[in-house]
Design a protein around this ligand. Structure first.
Ligand code: HEC
Ligand code: HEC
Ligand code: HEC
Ligand code: HEC
Length: 147
């Protein structure tokens, strides 16, 4: 065998050896326990604290607003959809204020006329015509739009 081929073979042997060594040391524990991912990832995700807060939990303290909302057209929308995440607020209100949505843009993101949205599911207005220059909440209560 010519010398240059021997040298090449040695280089290849080192490369392949390094590859197996890296695979051995870098493959995380529980890899492929169930599939092409870490089996432990499932346990880690399941152990995370739940952060979603539903309307029922907000209603424990904001019962009047919850009643308004649940009896109005926005009953299908959770408080968090408009006010943002509330898991810190429910433990400590003073240091964790909720967001208060403001302006026409906020309502328009759901109610602007859009051919991709079915009209029988959500009512839509032409935001360039519908009472322009005025804030939506001067006429519609956000918690019960037809109050
Ligand atoms: C343990 C009782 C409690 C729970 C549960 C609770 N809140 Fe509050 N919330 C308060 C108190 C107390 C205040 C401050 C006093 C006030 O403005 O009425 C407040 C204030 C607010 C404000 C007004 C903030 C401001 O700057 O005026 C909003 C909006 C709000 N809460 C939304 C929510 C939402 C949405 C939820 C559910 C994710 C929720 N709250 C759950 C007690 C609670
Ligand atoms: C469709 C969006 C929307 C939903 C759903 C919604 N809010 Fe609001 N909320 C608003 C807006 C907009 C304001 C600001 C009103 C204003 O500035 O007069 C507001 C204001 C508030 C305020 C402070 C002012 C006030 O009216 O006392 C509280 C507290 C509040 N919301 C709690 C809640 C709770 C609790 C829920 C669920 C039961 C909820 N909101 C659901 C949009 C929403
Ligand atoms: C997260 C999406 C969402 C946001 C944000 C939102 N809405 Fe709604 N709105 C809905 C849904 C869903 C309904 C119930 C279906 C319907 O009636 O269109 C509804 C119903 C309504 C209705 C009753 C329409 C009818 O005649 O039945 C009015 C008026 C309205 N919303 C105004 C507002 C205003 C004003 C704001 C801003 C403060 C707002 N909405 C923010 C989703 C939203
Ligand atoms: C000056 C008062 C006023 C303002 C400001 C206002 N509206 Fe209205 N809105 C009305 C009235 C009155 C109606 C019912 C007659 C109509 O459809 O125009 C209505 C109807 C609606 C409807 C139901 C449309 C349908 O097809 O049944 C939606 C949704 C709505 N408004 C959302 C909004 C949004 C979002 C804003 C802010 C961008 C807003 N409105 C601003 C008075 C107002």
């Amino acid at each position: 065998m010519p010398l240059q081929v021997k040298r090449l073979l040695i280089v290849f042997a080192i490369l392949i050896g390094t590859m197996f060594a890296l695979k051995y040391f870098l493959t995380p524990e529980s890899w492929r326990e169930f599939g092409p991912y870490r089996g432990n990832a499932l346990k880690e995700i399941a152990a995370q604290e739940a952060k979603y807060i539903d309307t029922k939990t907000c209603a424990m303290c904001h019962d009047l607003i919850a009643e308004l909302k649940n009896n109005g057209e926005h009953n299908s929308i959770q408080c968090e959809n408009c006010h943002g995440p509330g898991y810190k607020h429910i433990d400590d209100q003073e240091n964790n204020e909720m967001k208060i949505p403001k302006g026409r843009e906020f309502c328009i993101r759901c109610h602007a006329r859009n051919a991709a949205r079915p009209l029988n599911i959500i009512k839509q207005i032409d935001a360039t015509e519908h009472n322009i220059g005025e804030d939506c909440i001067t006429c519609h209560n956000p918690h019960q739009p037809w109050l």
